[in-house]
Design a protein around this ligand. Structure first.
Ligand code: ADP
Ligand code: ADP
Length: 598
């Protein structure tokens, strides 16, 4: 079976020389394969006459075409197709009562599409994309005799109701206004808000206006709003963004409680959290934006191990060149690199907030993972290093250029990604270095000609990281780079950041709450603690072992090691290992679990 996909948002026939048409071999000898549609103004490809030579894919200056050969049998499993030469989804996951079902796969592989179908929002068209009306009878007939039949029948007739927590919570304050409490009370017909106050930590901000809430607060309002709905099936798309690790686990526990009685499906890219949260996981693979296949369900431990390994044995499918490995021993802490900044004890007092930073130093070429709750003064600390804020007491010797990627990204820029880079970093945007060291590994190259306003959250994040790394500076402060990136993109981003810091002898301060990401990106750890919004204490940087131990002791979480892959796994609170590790003070490294444990 041949699949030809044209990314409509990239294809721009007015701005190219129609290379896809002029270089197509059958087209040159008179067989019509590819043309510009009168209707859409974009390229269209005939999957019947295309010979899959791949020339158009390589020639298109906007990287807008994919041609893929798939096994013929897969045709039977086509559940949904958005249009001619558009994305296709094969197979569906099966929600189950009593356990949290996870979906794990790259961005653009069809997770939202699958959720849309399972929630009854989209009727699957089984590939008949020209039909305007849903044909549920045909769909139910197609699923006859499968586990999904009853479920879809109930969803399609409204006997099962769905509630969805959307991915982009930072937009909620543009849609709603008024007190958060009022919004939640309106939804709370079952009187369950009280039971969520404590586990979601809602009390401190419920009386504030939604317009003033931070990302982490909006995330918890969105989770509460979803849980309070009177529904049978609950979907949570990335419940962890903007939350610190402690809050992530609190949310995980609340969602697990819900799953005891209801159907619950989650999409989550923080693998440590997914591991803790879900029981069964469906891996998804395919070609991003072109097609996605739902693999067989696996127990969460196996699913994540397979995902990190990059190879699915049962499906005989490799989806990454190399496996991703974790070190169970900390790297050696005896750094010889030159010191960039030394600071003695610093304090900064604002009207409602006071920060104390213990003495420390930052080295050239060092990537410092910065962990700790939001609003404990991480940004304030870096602003003092940059000379943008003067410490109330204490001194920073010298002044350093800082390049900053903020936590919340705006896509208000009018123009293409290339123009954005040109404006911000000038000639450097056209250098080979920027191209191969930054754009290529972050996979931003295919986006250069697109308007910034059309980028998805994950695309915008990669552009913002590229921009930050492309600026000339001594210190790079990158705030929550993992948000909206899929697990693979997180690892690529971590590697890219490290490489640039090492190669250019720069210093990176990376604020993030994804423990796997912090593990991969950091040489050392700086820990912030305190009472968010009131007081903050910054300490470090410490060597990895000490930093991880200090941080995890503060949040009361321990990790064991998976025997097959070495990856860190969160211990259940008060389990034997949890208690043992807490008593020896070893929160993160060097405890392996038995090979057959799950
Ligand atoms: P994920 O949630 O895994 O990131 P999605 O299900 O959102 O993936 O999208 C998969 C692909 O389907 C994307 O390439 C997206 O552009 C495409 N797509 C989503 N919705 C539509 C639509 N209404 N029309 C055409 N293409 C769509
Ligand atoms: P983090 O980076 O850890 O999220 P920040 O350093 O941004 O924390 O902020 C810490 C606290 O200081 C917050 O409560 C914030 O509202 C407050 N704050 C930051 N800058 C100012 C300022 N210029 N004036 C008054 N308060 C501020």
């Amino acid at each position: 079976m041949r699949v030809a996909v044209v990314f409509k948002d990239r294809c721009q026939p007015k701005r190219c020389h129609l290379e896809c048409i002029s270089f197509c071999p059958p087209q040159r000898t008179g067989t019509e394969v590819i043309w510009i549609s009168q209707e859409t103004g974009k390229a269209e490809i005939s999957e019947e006459t295309c010979i899959a030579c791949g020339i158009c894919v390589r020639k298109c200056p906007f990287d807008a075409i994919r041609i893929i050969g798939l096994p013929e049998e897969l045709k039977e499993d086509l559940v949904h197709q958005y249009g001619k030469n558009a994305f296709r989804l094969f197979r569906l996951p099966v929600p189950k009562k009593g356990s949290v079902i996870g979906l794990l796969g790259p961005n653009g592989i069809g997770k939202t599409t699958a959720v849309g179908i399972l929630s009854g929002e989209t009727a699957p068209n089984l590939g008949h994309y020209r039909r305007k009306k849903p044909h549920w009878e045909e769909v139910l007939d197609y699923f006859k005799g499968t586990e999904l039949h009853d479920y879809l029948e109930k969803i399609s007739t409204g006997r099962l109701k769905a509630a969805i927590k959307p991915q982009y919570v930072d937009r909620l304050n543009k849609v709603y206004s008024g007190q958060a409490r009022g919004l939640l009370q309106k939804i709370d017909t079952g009187g369950r808000l009280d039971s969520l106050m404590e586990p979601l930590g809602l009390a401190s901000f419920l009386d504030r206006d939604i317009a003033q809430l931070s990302g982490g607060e909006l995330q918890r309002v969105a989770i509460a709003a979803t849980m309070l709905k009177d529904a049978d099936v609950y979907f949570f798309d990335e419940p962890s963004s903007y939350l610190d690790i402690y809050q992530r686990l609190q949310v995980a526990k609340v969602i697990q409680g819900l799953a005891k009685e209801k159907y619950v499906v989650v999409v989550e890219h923080d693998l440590a959290v997914l591991d803790f949260l879900a029981e069964t996981v469906y891996l998804m693979y395919g070609s991003e934006g072109a097609y996605g296949i739902i693999a067989e369900p696996r127990p969460v431990r196996t699913a994540i191990n397979v995902y990190l390994g990059g190879y699915m044995k049962e499906e005989n499918m490799r989806f990454r060149d190399r496996e991703i490995r974790f070190e169970s021993r900390p790297p050696r802490g005896d750094w010889k690199a030159e010191t960039l900044v030394t600071f003695d004890e610093l304090t900064k007092r604002y009207e409602n907030f006071e920060l104390t930073v213990r003495p420390g130093k930052l080295r050239k070429g060092e990537v410092v993972g910065v962990v700790g709750p939001n609003a404990t003064g991480k940004t304030t600390f870096v602003k003092m290093l940059a000379g943008e804020e003067t410490p109330t007491t204490g001194t920073v010797q010298g002044k350093w250029q800082v390049s900053y990627k903020p936590q919340y990204l705006e896509s208000a820029y009018e123009g293409t990604v290339r123009e954005l880079f040109m404006n911000a970093i000038g000639k450097k945007a056209e250098s080979g270095y920027f191209d191969t060291e930054i754009l290529e590994p972050l996979k931003v190259k295919g986006m250069l000609e697109r308007d910034v306003s059309t980028l998805s959250g994950g695309e915008l994040q990669r552009v913002a990281i590229a921009l930050c790394l492309g600026r000339d500076a001594d210190i790079y402060l990158i705030d929550e780079p993992s948000a909206y990136l899929d697990s693979n993109q997180r690892m690529e981003a971590a590697k890219t950041i490290r490489r640039i810091m090492e190669r250019e002898a720069r210093t990176g301060l990376i604020v993030d709450h994804d423990v796997y990401f912090i593990d991969m990106v950091s040489d050392s750890i700086m820990v912030f603690s305190g009472d968010p919004g009131r007081t903050g204490v910054g300490e470090g940087p410490f060597p990895m072992r000490e930093g991880m131990n200090r941080f995890l002791r503060m949040v009361g979480i321990t990790f064991r090691r998976d025997a097959d892959t070495n990856r860190p796994r969160i211990n259940k609170l008060d389990s034997r290992l949890d208690r043992e590790q807490k008593s020896t003070g070893e929160y993160y490294y060097a405890i392996e679990e038995a090979a057959n444990a799950s």
